[in-house]
Design a protein around this ligand. Structure first.
Ligand SMILES: [Zn+2]
Ligand SMILES: [Zn+2]
Length: 339
Protein backbone atom coordinates (compact mmCIF):
# COMPACT_ATOMS: atom_id res chain seq x y z
CA UNK A 1 0.00 0.00 0.00
CA UNK A 2 1.33 3.40 -0.95
CA UNK A 3 0.02 6.92 -0.46
CA UNK A 4 0.32 9.04 -3.58
CA UNK A 5 -1.32 11.84 -5.56
CA UNK A 6 -3.89 10.89 -8.17
CA UNK A 7 -6.14 13.02 -10.36
CA UNK A 8 -9.51 13.19 -8.64
CA UNK A 9 -13.03 13.38 -10.06
CA UNK A 10 -14.15 16.73 -11.50
CA UNK A 11 -17.84 17.53 -11.14
CA UNK A 12 -20.20 14.69 -10.23
CA UNK A 13 -21.47 12.74 -13.24
CA UNK A 14 -25.20 12.12 -13.69
CA UNK A 15 -26.56 9.95 -10.87
CA UNK A 16 -23.35 10.34 -8.87
CA UNK A 17 -22.21 12.24 -5.81
CA UNK A 18 -18.73 13.43 -4.85
CA UNK A 19 -17.93 13.07 -1.16
CA UNK A 20 -14.95 13.87 1.04
CA UNK A 21 -14.22 10.81 3.23
CA UNK A 22 -13.33 11.66 6.83
CA UNK A 23 -13.20 8.31 8.65
CA UNK A 24 -12.75 4.80 7.23
CA UNK A 25 -13.01 1.65 9.32
CA UNK A 26 -10.59 -1.20 8.62
CA UNK A 27 -12.32 -4.56 8.50
CA UNK A 28 -11.20 -8.20 8.49
CA UNK A 29 -12.48 -8.54 4.93
CA UNK A 30 -10.02 -5.80 3.84
CA UNK A 31 -7.10 -8.08 4.77
CA UNK A 32 -7.86 -10.49 1.92
CA UNK A 33 -7.47 -7.78 -0.71
CA UNK A 34 -4.50 -6.21 1.08
CA UNK A 35 -2.60 -9.50 1.22
CA UNK A 36 -3.53 -10.73 -2.28
CA UNK A 37 -5.91 -13.47 -1.08
CA UNK A 38 -8.52 -12.57 -3.73
CA UNK A 39 -9.81 -16.16 -3.80
CA UNK A 40 -11.86 -15.23 -0.72
CA UNK A 41 -13.51 -12.36 -2.65
CA UNK A 42 -16.29 -12.77 -5.17
CA UNK A 43 -15.52 -13.15 -8.86
CA UNK A 44 -12.29 -13.41 -10.84
CA UNK A 45 -12.02 -9.71 -11.58
CA UNK A 46 -9.40 -7.01 -11.76
CA UNK A 47 -8.73 -6.03 -8.19
CA UNK A 48 -5.49 -4.03 -8.48
CA UNK A 49 -4.52 -1.31 -8.20
CA UNK A 50 -7.29 -0.41 -5.83
CA UNK A 51 -8.07 2.28 -3.27
CA UNK A 52 -9.51 0.32 -0.33
CA UNK A 53 -12.08 1.41 2.25
CA UNK A 54 -15.72 0.24 2.38
CA UNK A 55 -16.69 1.46 5.88
CA UNK A 56 -16.89 5.13 5.06
CA UNK A 57 -17.99 8.30 6.80
CA UNK A 58 -17.89 11.28 4.42
CA UNK A 59 -19.15 14.79 3.80
CA UNK A 60 -21.04 15.57 0.60
CA UNK A 61 -18.99 17.95 -1.55
CA UNK A 62 -20.95 17.85 -4.81
CA UNK A 63 -24.44 16.33 -4.64
CA UNK A 64 -24.69 16.39 -8.44
CA UNK A 65 -28.18 15.94 -9.88
CA UNK A 66 -29.32 14.19 -6.69
CA UNK A 67 -29.65 17.68 -5.17
CA UNK A 68 -32.60 18.38 -7.43
CA UNK A 69 -34.44 15.10 -7.65
CA UNK A 70 -33.51 12.82 -4.78
CA UNK A 71 -32.01 9.53 -5.78
CA UNK A 72 -32.96 6.09 -7.04
CA UNK A 73 -33.13 4.54 -3.58
CA UNK A 74 -35.67 7.19 -2.58
CA UNK A 75 -33.85 8.26 0.56
CA UNK A 76 -34.26 11.92 -0.17
CA UNK A 77 -32.34 14.84 -1.49
CA UNK A 78 -28.67 15.14 -0.60
CA UNK A 79 -27.30 18.52 0.33
CA UNK A 80 -23.74 19.79 0.22
CA UNK A 81 -22.08 19.49 3.64
CA UNK A 82 -24.26 16.61 4.84
CA UNK A 83 -22.51 13.76 6.64
CA UNK A 84 -23.16 10.45 4.92
CA UNK A 85 -22.43 6.74 5.18
CA UNK A 86 -21.84 4.67 2.06
CA UNK A 87 -23.78 1.43 1.44
CA UNK A 88 -20.91 -0.08 -0.55
CA UNK A 89 -22.89 -2.45 -2.77
CA UNK A 90 -23.66 -2.05 -6.48
CA UNK A 91 -25.79 -5.01 -7.63
CA UNK A 92 -26.43 -5.92 -11.29
CA UNK A 93 -30.22 -5.70 -10.92
CA UNK A 94 -30.88 -8.57 -13.35
CA UNK A 95 -29.80 -11.90 -11.81
CA UNK A 96 -31.87 -14.32 -9.68
CA UNK A 97 -30.93 -12.87 -6.26
CA UNK A 98 -31.45 -9.32 -7.58
CA UNK A 99 -34.91 -10.32 -8.87
CA UNK A 100 -35.62 -11.79 -5.41
CA UNK A 101 -34.77 -8.42 -3.86
CA UNK A 102 -31.60 -9.92 -2.37
CA UNK A 103 -28.94 -7.82 -4.13
CA UNK A 104 -26.48 -8.45 -1.28
CA UNK A 105 -25.70 -11.87 -2.79
CA UNK A 106 -25.71 -10.78 -6.44
CA UNK A 107 -22.83 -12.77 -8.00
CA UNK A 108 -22.04 -9.80 -10.24
CA UNK A 109 -22.11 -7.10 -7.59
CA UNK A 110 -19.33 -4.58 -7.23
CA UNK A 111 -18.30 -3.36 -3.81
CA UNK A 112 -16.92 0.09 -3.15
CA UNK A 113 -13.39 -0.44 -1.81
CA UNK A 114 -13.10 -3.93 -3.37
CA UNK A 115 -14.14 -3.84 -7.05
CA UNK A 116 -14.31 -0.04 -7.19
CA UNK A 117 -12.10 2.53 -5.49
CA UNK A 118 -13.14 3.18 -1.90
CA UNK A 119 -12.87 5.65 0.91
CA UNK A 120 -9.12 5.83 1.62
CA UNK A 121 -8.78 8.99 -0.47
CA UNK A 122 -9.58 12.65 -0.11
CA UNK A 123 -12.36 12.74 -2.72
CA UNK A 124 -14.56 9.88 -3.88
CA UNK A 125 -17.27 9.69 -6.54
CA UNK A 126 -20.03 7.14 -5.82
CA UNK A 127 -23.50 6.42 -7.25
CA UNK A 128 -26.13 8.48 -5.45
CA UNK A 129 -28.07 5.32 -4.45
CA UNK A 130 -25.17 4.27 -2.19
CA UNK A 131 -25.16 7.51 -0.19
CA UNK A 132 -27.19 7.72 3.05
CA UNK A 133 -27.57 10.90 5.13
CA UNK A 134 -26.79 10.10 8.79
CA UNK A 135 -28.00 13.36 10.34
CA UNK A 136 -25.94 14.40 13.38
CA UNK A 137 -23.91 11.18 13.82
CA UNK A 138 -20.17 11.67 14.46
CA UNK A 139 -17.56 10.32 11.97
CA UNK A 140 -16.53 7.20 13.97
CA UNK A 141 -20.16 6.16 14.49
CA UNK A 142 -20.88 6.85 10.82
CA UNK A 143 -18.15 4.54 9.54
CA UNK A 144 -19.56 1.87 11.86
CA UNK A 145 -22.95 1.96 10.07
CA UNK A 146 -21.63 -0.46 7.42
CA UNK A 147 -20.54 -3.22 9.87
CA UNK A 148 -23.71 -2.55 11.88
CA UNK A 149 -25.75 -3.15 8.70
CA UNK A 150 -24.13 -6.60 8.42
CA UNK A 151 -25.42 -7.35 11.94
CA UNK A 152 -28.89 -5.98 11.15
CA UNK A 153 -29.07 -8.17 8.05
CA UNK A 154 -27.98 -11.26 10.02
CA UNK A 155 -30.75 -10.72 12.59
CA UNK A 156 -33.31 -10.09 9.85
CA UNK A 157 -32.23 -13.37 8.24
CA UNK A 158 -32.48 -14.97 11.72
CA UNK A 159 -36.11 -13.82 12.22
CA UNK A 160 -35.09 -12.72 15.74
CA UNK A 161 -37.98 -12.29 18.18
CA UNK A 162 -37.91 -9.97 21.24
CA UNK A 163 -37.02 -11.86 24.41
CA UNK A 164 -35.22 -14.68 22.58
CA UNK A 165 -31.93 -16.02 23.91
CA UNK A 166 -29.14 -15.73 21.39
CA UNK A 167 -25.59 -17.09 21.50
CA UNK A 168 -23.20 -14.90 19.46
CA UNK A 169 -19.84 -16.43 18.57
CA UNK A 170 -17.09 -13.81 18.26
CA UNK A 171 -16.83 -10.43 20.01
CA UNK A 172 -15.01 -8.59 17.26
CA UNK A 173 -16.72 -5.62 15.56
CA UNK A 174 -19.34 -7.74 13.76
CA UNK A 175 -20.04 -9.88 16.83
CA UNK A 176 -20.36 -6.80 19.03
CA UNK A 177 -22.60 -5.10 16.45
CA UNK A 178 -24.75 -8.25 16.35
CA UNK A 179 -25.00 -8.27 20.13
CA UNK A 180 -25.92 -4.56 20.19
CA UNK A 181 -28.56 -5.05 17.49
CA UNK A 182 -30.02 -8.09 19.28
CA UNK A 183 -30.21 -6.31 22.65
CA UNK A 184 -31.71 -3.28 20.87
CA UNK A 185 -34.52 -5.59 19.69
CA UNK A 186 -35.14 -6.92 23.19
CA UNK A 187 -33.23 -10.19 22.87
CA UNK A 188 -30.93 -11.69 25.54
CA UNK A 189 -27.36 -12.44 24.49
CA UNK A 190 -24.57 -14.79 25.56
CA UNK A 191 -21.33 -13.68 23.88
CA UNK A 192 -18.52 -16.17 23.18
CA UNK A 193 -14.90 -15.07 22.69
CA UNK A 194 -11.49 -16.38 23.84
CA UNK A 195 -10.21 -12.84 24.65
CA UNK A 196 -11.11 -11.58 28.15
CA UNK A 197 -11.12 -7.88 27.21
CA UNK A 198 -13.57 -8.60 24.39
CA UNK A 199 -15.88 -10.52 26.73
CA UNK A 200 -15.79 -7.50 29.08
CA UNK A 201 -16.67 -5.21 26.18
CA UNK A 202 -19.55 -7.54 25.26
CA UNK A 203 -20.93 -7.21 28.79
CA UNK A 204 -20.61 -3.42 28.66
CA UNK A 205 -22.62 -3.48 25.43
CA UNK A 206 -25.44 -5.40 27.09
CA UNK A 207 -24.57 -9.11 26.92
CA UNK A 208 -26.29 -10.92 29.78
CA UNK A 209 -23.47 -13.49 29.90
CA UNK A 210 -20.09 -14.09 28.29
CA UNK A 211 -18.11 -17.30 27.98
CA UNK A 212 -14.82 -18.66 26.71
CA UNK A 213 -15.30 -21.17 23.88
CA UNK A 214 -14.17 -24.09 26.06
CA UNK A 215 -16.77 -23.29 28.79
CA UNK A 216 -19.55 -22.56 26.38
CA UNK A 217 -21.48 -25.84 26.19
CA UNK A 218 -22.08 -25.98 29.94
CA UNK A 219 -22.74 -22.24 30.26
CA UNK A 220 -25.21 -22.17 27.40
CA UNK A 221 -27.14 -25.18 28.71
CA UNK A 222 -27.42 -23.60 32.19
CA UNK A 223 -28.32 -20.23 30.73
CA UNK A 224 -31.20 -21.70 28.72
CA UNK A 225 -32.45 -24.09 31.43
CA UNK A 226 -31.08 -27.09 29.55
CA UNK A 227 -32.95 -26.42 26.29
CA UNK A 228 -30.19 -24.83 24.23
CA UNK A 229 -30.59 -21.40 22.60
CA UNK A 230 -33.19 -20.96 19.83
CA UNK A 231 -30.69 -18.87 17.87
CA UNK A 232 -26.93 -19.03 17.40
CA UNK A 233 -25.08 -16.44 15.29
CA UNK A 234 -21.52 -17.22 14.16
CA UNK A 235 -19.36 -14.16 13.44
CA UNK A 236 -15.90 -15.46 14.38
CA UNK A 237 -14.91 -16.98 11.02
CA UNK A 238 -13.70 -20.15 12.78
CA UNK A 239 -14.81 -23.09 10.61
CA UNK A 240 -15.21 -25.39 13.64
CA UNK A 241 -17.94 -23.19 15.12
CA UNK A 242 -20.64 -24.44 12.71
CA UNK A 243 -20.72 -28.05 13.99
CA UNK A 244 -20.54 -26.72 17.55
CA UNK A 245 -23.43 -24.33 16.90
CA UNK A 246 -25.51 -27.13 15.37
CA UNK A 247 -24.97 -29.19 18.54
CA UNK A 248 -25.75 -26.27 20.82
CA UNK A 249 -28.87 -24.85 19.20
CA UNK A 250 -32.28 -26.01 20.42
CA UNK A 251 -34.27 -28.36 18.16
CA UNK A 252 -36.36 -26.18 15.77
CA UNK A 253 -33.79 -23.42 16.27
CA UNK A 254 -31.75 -21.39 13.79
CA UNK A 255 -28.01 -21.01 13.19
CA UNK A 256 -26.89 -17.98 11.18
CA UNK A 257 -23.38 -17.98 9.68
CA UNK A 258 -21.92 -14.51 9.07
CA UNK A 259 -18.18 -15.14 9.59
CA UNK A 260 -16.22 -15.70 6.40
CA UNK A 261 -13.83 -18.63 6.17
CA UNK A 262 -12.33 -20.70 3.38
CA UNK A 263 -11.55 -23.57 5.80
CA UNK A 264 -13.71 -26.70 6.13
CA UNK A 265 -15.26 -28.48 9.11
CA UNK A 266 -17.12 -31.82 9.26
CA UNK A 267 -20.89 -31.58 9.72
CA UNK A 268 -23.16 -34.53 10.57
CA UNK A 269 -26.06 -34.34 8.07
CA UNK A 270 -28.33 -36.35 10.41
CA UNK A 271 -28.46 -33.38 12.77
CA UNK A 272 -30.69 -31.52 10.27
CA UNK A 273 -33.63 -33.95 10.30
CA UNK A 274 -33.09 -34.94 13.95
CA UNK A 275 -33.37 -31.39 15.24
CA UNK A 276 -35.07 -29.79 12.23
CA UNK A 277 -32.78 -26.81 12.49
CA UNK A 278 -32.37 -24.01 9.95
CA UNK A 279 -28.77 -23.15 9.05
CA UNK A 280 -28.86 -19.76 7.36
CA UNK A 281 -26.15 -17.79 5.56
CA UNK A 282 -25.94 -14.01 5.81
CA UNK A 283 -23.82 -11.67 3.72
CA UNK A 284 -23.43 -7.88 3.60
CA UNK A 285 -26.72 -6.00 3.81
CA UNK A 286 -29.56 -4.62 1.71
CA UNK A 287 -30.30 -0.90 1.43
CA UNK A 288 -33.17 -1.35 3.89
CA UNK A 289 -30.83 -3.02 6.43
CA UNK A 290 -28.39 -0.14 5.93
CA UNK A 291 -31.07 2.46 6.68
CA UNK A 292 -32.07 0.46 9.78
CA UNK A 293 -28.40 0.35 10.88
CA UNK A 294 -28.22 4.16 10.94
CA UNK A 295 -30.97 4.19 13.57
CA UNK A 296 -29.30 1.37 15.51
CA UNK A 297 -25.94 3.16 15.65
CA UNK A 298 -27.58 6.50 16.53
CA UNK A 299 -29.48 4.92 19.43
CA UNK A 300 -26.34 3.20 20.79
CA UNK A 301 -23.61 5.69 19.89
CA UNK A 302 -22.45 6.32 23.47
CA UNK A 303 -21.87 2.60 24.15
CA UNK A 304 -20.39 1.94 20.71
CA UNK A 305 -17.76 4.67 21.22
CA UNK A 306 -15.79 2.08 23.23
CA UNK A 307 -15.17 0.12 20.01
CA UNK A 308 -13.02 2.74 18.23
CA UNK A 309 -9.75 1.70 19.79
CA UNK A 310 -7.15 3.14 17.40
CA UNK A 311 -6.93 6.00 14.88
CA UNK A 312 -4.31 6.52 12.15
CA UNK A 313 -4.22 9.36 9.64
CA UNK A 314 -4.29 8.69 5.90
CA UNK A 315 -0.51 9.06 5.50
CA UNK A 316 -0.17 6.10 7.91
CA UNK A 317 -2.82 3.91 6.22
CA UNK A 318 -0.38 1.09 5.39
CA UNK A 319 0.84 1.09 9.00
CA UNK A 320 -2.79 0.92 10.16
CA UNK A 321 -3.34 -2.19 8.00
CA UNK A 322 -0.16 -3.89 9.23
CA UNK A 323 -1.19 -3.11 12.81
CA UNK A 324 -4.74 -4.40 12.27
CA UNK A 325 -3.48 -7.59 10.65
CA UNK A 326 -1.19 -8.34 13.60
CA UNK A 327 -4.48 -8.70 15.56
CA UNK A 328 -3.41 -6.93 18.76
CA UNK A 329 -5.75 -8.12 21.55
CA UNK A 330 -6.62 -4.58 22.69
CA UNK A 331 -7.69 -3.46 19.20
CA UNK A 332 -11.36 -3.57 18.26
CA UNK A 333 -12.11 -1.10 15.46
CA UNK A 334 -9.20 0.62 13.79
CA UNK A 335 -10.13 3.82 11.95
CA UNK A 336 -8.17 5.76 9.33
CA UNK A 337 -8.93 9.47 9.41
CA UNK A 338 -8.94 11.29 6.07
CA UNK A 339 -9.07 15.00 5.26
ZN1 LIG B 1 -16.29 -4.47 6.49
ZN1 LIG C 1 -27.51 -9.29 -9.62
Amino acid sequence: MVVEDVSGPGRARAGHVIVRPEAVGICGSDFHLFSGDVGALSGARDFYPRVQGHEVSAIVEDPGDSAAGGDAAGHGTLREGARVAIWPLLPCGRCYPCRQDRPNVCPNFRLVGVHLDGGLQERLEVPAATVFDVGDLDPDSTCFVEPASVAVHALNRARLEPGEQVVVFGAGPIGLATLTAAVHRGARVLSVDPVASRRDLAKRLGAEAAAKPQELTENARDWTGGEGPPLVVETSGEAGVLPQAMDLVAPAGRVVVVGMSSATAPVRPGAFPEKEIDVIGSSCATAADFAEAIGLVAANRAALAALFSHHFNLARAAEAFEFAMSRPPDAVKIVVTVN
